[in-house]
Design a protein around this ligand. Structure first.
Ligand code: ADP
Ligand code: MG
Length: 449
């Protein structure tokens, strides 16, 4: 009967979807009008449950009209099941720190108070950067200027430069004016000021600060007007012995299209590399974060996570959050096996470097079975909203494209729309397992492009 049903299902859903979701499905049980269908993993179960339940029920009912209801279970590997609560309880369970980090942002300096030195764990990959930061705090504007940190994604650049800002703020109180700004935001301000023909607002805003902290400077490469404005701001501050602190995902010489005069300014300061965290640092960060969140983890689980999540401390935190979620939902300590399942859900094979914009759009469109043109169009249909936000998220996450570019490509939208979509999906994936599954599956498909 299931075979007949599968033939029918294949006709109703597209072939790639059929292969992805139904290939290893089984009818496990059928009695008193209730059918129990086994799916190979939790992704498939959740997905089929939310998207194809009606279709499958309709087809089974056609074959046997005593069928009244269907339910799905994970069959094959029961240990991989992470039981998920209803959406309502989900919010309450998660530590609130996860939900509203923006509430901790000081509007004056733009600094987020959660990034402190107290919560910054030292290891061999970041101790040089840490001591350079400490020297700068003691001798603002004179010791190393600019202080330039570079390192890969999730190694702690933002945490470190914000901790410097917060430390200066608490040491010097109101005597020192600090501004933290991601370079993207700086770019947007320059664009807005240009449009309004009020460039002097930028000058006033930035040239009055004593400490300027600029995050992810690599994004200003190639933006002529922004680079120019930044160059003048930089010089004005530098000449007045004001401290400039910069982060970048690579050293200045590897930022393509960065103007020569800026590059040489950056190289004239102190360049500090933050390396990938080694095993000890990963263990220490896990312990610290677990403690911060008030939970205990078995040693073998800590060791396992630290062993498997290698480069990116943000990913490490993502795994930890899911483990906490698991423990709270199940109300029991997590086993190494269940932790393993979570790790393989979170840690992704890196998406291939040669994936491009078109492939991302096409993969998302295929995944949601909507035309690519709708996805990148201007229509506001409800079912397009989430796929479109996921596309924008991926364009940023995978390709590191700038928000103005993404907005423009996605139906000539404003950069703030792209930025909003990116931030929304980044936050939601940690809280909403269904969404997380979708994103992971799409990324998995991208690895095969
Ligand atoms: P980057 O800016 O380099 O991409 P982040 O500063 O955003 O990385 O760090 C990613 C996550 O890891 C953040 O939650 C941050 O608090 C945490 N983290 C990074 N380095 C450390 C560290 N040395 N000690 C504690 N937490 C860290
Ligand atoms: Mg950062």
């Amino acid at each position: 009967m299931w075979q007949t049903a599968l033939n029918e299902i294949e006709l109703q859903v597209s072939r790639p979807n059929f292969l992805t979701w139904f290939k290893n499905s089984q009818l496990l049980d059928k009695k008193e009008g209730a059918a129990l269908i086994g799916l190979p993993n939790n992704f498939a179960k959740e997905w089929v449950e939310t998207k194809y339940q009606k279709t499958v029920l309709g087809i089974l009912r056609n074959l046997d009209n005593s069928t009244k209801k269907i339910s799905f279970v994970v069959h094959n590997n029961p240990d991989a099941v992470v039981k998920l609560p209803e959406p309502k309880t989900r919010r309450a369970i998660l530590p609130d720190q996860l939900s509203f980090p923006e509430l901790k942002v000081d509007p004056e300096t733009n600094l987020n108070s959660r990034y402190t030195f107290a919560s910054f764990v030292l290891g061999s990959s970041n101790e040089m950067a840490y001591s350079a930061a400490q020297s700068v705090i003691k001798d603002l504007g004179r010791k190393y200027n600019p202080l330039f940190f570079h390192g890969g994604v999730g190694v702690g650049k933002t945490h470190l430069i914000q901790a410097v800002g917060n430390e200066i703020k608490s040491l010097y109180q109101n005597r020192v004016k600090i501004k933290y700004v991601p370079s993207e935001k700086f770019t947007n301000e320059v664009i807005a000021a240009m449009r309004a023909k009020r460039m002097e607002t930028i000058k006033e805003k930035y040239r009055l600060v004593d400490v300027l902290i600029i995050d992810d400077i690599q994004f200003i490469g190639g933006k002529t007007r922004t680079e120019e404005e930044f160059f003048h701001t930089f010089n004005a501050l530098y000449e007045n012995n004001k401290q400039i602190i910069i982060s970048s995902d690579r050293p200045p010489r590897f930022i393509p299209t960065l103007e020569e005069r800026l590059r040489s300014r950056f190289e004239g300061g102190m360049l500090c590399d933050i390396g990938h965290p080694d095993y000890e640092l990963r263990v220490a960060v896990l312990r610290a974060k677990a403690q911060e969140k008030g939970i205990e983890l078995p040693k073998e689980v800590i060791d396992l996570v630290a062993d498997r999540v290698k480069k990116n401390l943000r990913e490490l935190e993502g795994v930890l959050n899911r483990i906490i979620f698991y423990q709270q939902t199940k109300n029991q300590e997590i086993s190494a096996k269940a932790a393993e399942a979570i790790i393989s859900e979170v840690v992704q094979e890196p998406v291939q470097q040669n994936v491009n914009y078109t492939q991302i759009v096409k993969t998302v469109a295929d995944f949601f079975e909507i035309p690519s043109n709708d996805l990148i169009g201007r229509g506001r249909k409800k079912e397009i909203v989430e796929p479109r936000q996921i596309t924008m998220y991926l364009l940023r996450d995978v390709l590191n494209l700038s928000f103005p570019f993404i907005g423009d490509k996605m139906g000539k939208r404003d950069h703030t729309t792209a930025m909003y979509a990116y931030e929304k999906i980044s936050k939601e994936v940690n809280k909403n397992p269904t969404l997380n599954n979708k994103v992971l599956l799409i990324k998995e498909k991208l690895t095969k492009c």
